[in-house]
Design a protein around this ligand. Sequence first.
Ligand code: SAM
Ligand code: MD0
Ligand code: SF4
Length: 354
Amino acid sequence: MKFEDVLAKAEMEEKLDVSEVFKLLHPASDDERRLLFSAARHVREREFGSRMFIYGFVYFSTFCQNACSFCLYRHGNPHATRYRKSPQDVSDTAARLRDDGVHLIDLTMGEDPFYRSYEGFNSLLDVVNEVRNDLDMPVMISPGTLPKSEIRMLSRAGADWYACYQETHNTELFKQLRPGQDYQVRLYQKKWARECRMLCEEGVMIGVGEDSQDLLVSLAEMSRIGTQQNRVMSFVPQAGIPLDGPAHRDVDELTMIAVMRLIMPDRLIPASLDVEGLDGLKPRLDAGANVVTSIIPSGSGLAGVAQHELDIDSDKRSVDAVRQRLGGMGLSLASRSEYQNWIDDHRPSCAGES
Ligand code: SAM
Ligand code: MD0
Ligand code: SF4
C-alpha cells in the first residue's frame, strides 16, 4: 500500500496492521513527512480542537539510588547538582505555577532514599494532599517505582496521574538503560496505578540504541496497556554518564509523535520543553502533540531532567512564553475546567488489562 493510502486509512481512524504502522514510521521523502505531520494535526484538531494543555514541572529531589545509563542524576555522578526541596518549598512552587496558569503540577523525584523512607513518604503524601485539595490543582506524581500499597496511598492522598516511563519495551535494551531495575515491576506500576484509579503516563526514549522494531513494540504496548498519556523524548547527552550520543536513529522523535497521534488519536501527547527548550515547542506541536510539559519557574532553583537549565532562568519555560508561541500557531491554552473535565472523563473506573 502507498504511504498516502495508509495515511488516509489512519486519518479515518481505521485500525492499521504492523506493516502499515512501519510505513508511517518511515516517510520516504520530505513530502511524505509533511503529509504525515499534517494528518497528525488534523486528527488532533478533530479530537481536541486548537486548545492545548500545559503542565508545571517540580523536580523536588535530584537524589537518586539508581544508575540509569542515560540520566544526569544517576547515583554517583559528580556532575549532577543535588538538592532536596522541603515540603513547604514544593507547595509554594506549586502555588506559583497555579497562579501562572498551568493545568497540572507534576511532582517528580529521583529515587531519593529520604522521600522513600517512612518519614519522607508521609511528608510527600501531605504535599500531594495540599496541592490537590488546598490548591485545588490536578497532580501527577513521578516517583520511580513503588510497591502497590504506596501507589494506593498516593492515589488516596489525591494524586490524579502516575508517570513511570519504561523508556523501551525491549527487555535487553531496558537492562542497559536501567541496570539492576526490574522490567516487569516497572511495567506493573502502570497496572497498579490503574487499579488504584489513577491515570497513567508511559514514555519511550529515542536515540538510546532502539530500532524501529522496538518502537513498533512500544506503540503496541502503549495501546494495549491503555495509558492515557504517552510521551517520546530524544536522548540528550549528559556529563558523567555511560551512554554516548548522538546514536543512529531509525525514527526521530517528531515522526514518533505523529504516529502516536494517528494510531492513538484520543491520548494526550507531550511536547516537552525539556529536550530543546522553547524553540522545540513548535515542531512538536506541528507533529501532533497537545500538552506542553516542563514549565519551570525561573529563579526557583529547580532543574529540568534532560535539559537541567536550558531556558529556565530566562523565563522561557513559562506559561506566558508558551502562550505567546501558541498564538503564533493559531493555537491557545485550554481553561483549567476543560482540563479537569478531560481527566474526569478519562479516569479509570476499574482495573484494566496490563
Ligand atoms: N526518577 C523517576 C523515574 O526515573 O521514573 C522520575 C524521573 S523520570 C520523570 C525522568 C525521565 O526523564 C526518564 O524516565 C526519561 O524518560 C527522561 N530522561 C532522563 N534523562 C534523560 C536524557 N538525558 N535525555 C532524555 N530524556 C531523559
Ligand atoms: C517533562 N521534565 O515533562 C519533565 C519530565 C516527568 N514526569 C516529566 C521528564 O519533560
Ligand atoms: Fe534516577 Fe529517574 Fe534518573 Fe533513573 S531516570 S537515574 S531513576 S532520576
